[in-house]
Design a protein. Structure first.
Length: 341
């Protein structure tokens, strides 16, 4: 005879065994894989480092080159602008060419096609050249040095006059831009004979450097004073540092409004090859009075050959903006060249 409890227990036992047989077996506790072991074995686990390959390298910029390509692509995708924002982005501004890259507009040929030029026309063109060289940093630097050396009252009016004095001086001096040559002539202290010589002067670009006129020191100084006055500069006169020698002097005001005399050596007689505008080789105060040169040596209607007038303007435009030291060097070279004739 069977007991009911035993039958029931047997049935329950059989059912429990059947359930255990159908359930998947779990690994033993000793075989559990840690995140560190999984990373070493490249097993897929729920690890924050595996979700962002190369994240540690991104935190250190020096390791950026070792970032996997996928990591770079993901970073680029995350920061790339949308198509809509690209469409709305402003157009980039065109690059502005540098001054050196912009081709300078060629200046018109002075007196183009004219066979004869009046003094009035020549002076007008020289005024334009003076305005051009006034923008030269080298000319401004030479002016600043002169102002400092003589303690002058620095004004725009003084600079305006300085540029024209410098232009007239470099053009009319012995061996200057207009290729005048010093020699004894025993002429009066004015520039009339120079203007007469210029009526027949010839300018050759191919042959040796020829003087456009021969003049003595007093004639050269008178020519400088006459041209500078035509350009609007006042208070320029003739100075005799020796009984047989003449230069010019430009009188201006110092910072305390006392007169300052600046020597303008139109030749190198009794001076060195390095003496130029503002030289201290002569003491201009040894002459009690320096009278302003106001003589009208030629009329405004006086005519020059067109080629000669063009040469005068082109020389002034080409060299007028150079530093004083460089102009002095070129003057000495012209002097040596014309001395060989």
């Amino acid at each position: 005879m069977r007991r009911p409890g035993i039958v029931t227990g047997g049935v329950l036992g059989l059912l429990l065994m059947a359930c255990r047989a159908s359930a998947p077996e779990s690994p033993p506790p000793s075989e559990a894989i840690s995140p560190a072991d999984a990373l070493a074995r490249r097993e897929p686990v729920d690890s924050p480092f595996e979700a962002r390959p190369g994240a540690q390298a991104l935190e250190n910029p020096s390791h950026e080159a070792s970032i996997p390509r996928v990591a770079i692509a993901q970073s680029t995708t995350a920061t790339a602008p949308s198509a809509e924002s690209i469409a709305k982005a402003p157009e980039p501004e065109p690059e502005v060419e540098s001054i050196a890259e912009v081709e300078a507009t060629p200046l018109p040929i002075p007196f183009d096609g004219q066979e004869r030029i009046t003094l009035r026309e020549l002076v007008t063109e020289l005024e334009h050249v003076a305005d051009e060289i006034a923008r030269s940093p080298a000319v401004r630097a030479d002016y600043d040095a002169l102002v400092t050396s003589f303690g002058l009252h620095d004004t725009e009016a003084l600079y305006h006059d300085y540029v024209r004095v410098k232009l007239a001086f470099e053009a009319t001096r012995d061996g200057g831009l207009w290729q005048l040559r010093w020699d004894i002539t025993n002429e009066k202290p004015n520039s009339e004979q120079i203007w007469k010589q210029w009526r027949r002067a010839m300018v050759s670009e191919d042959g040796p450097m020829q003087p456009t006129a021969i003049a003595e020191c007093d004639e050269l100084s008178a020519l400088f004073a006459f041209v500078a006055r035509k350009l609007g500069v006042r208070h320029i006169g003739l100075f005799w540092p020796q009984w047989n020698h003449v230069v010019a002097v430009w009188t201006v005001q110092s910072a305390d409004e006392s007169p300052v005399r600046i020597v303008v050596p139109t030749s190198q007689i009794f001076l060195t090859d390095e003496d130029s505008l503002g030289t201290t080789g002569f003491d201009p105060w040894t002459q009690k009075t320096i009278y302003e040169y106001r003589r009208r040596d030629v009329k405004d209607s006086h005519r020059l050959d067109g080629d000669l007038a063009r040469f005068f303007v082109e020389q002034a435009r080409r060299y007028g903006g150079l530093p004083q030291r460089e102009l002095q060097r070129l003057r000495n070279e012209r002097d040596r060249s014309m001395s060989q004739l």
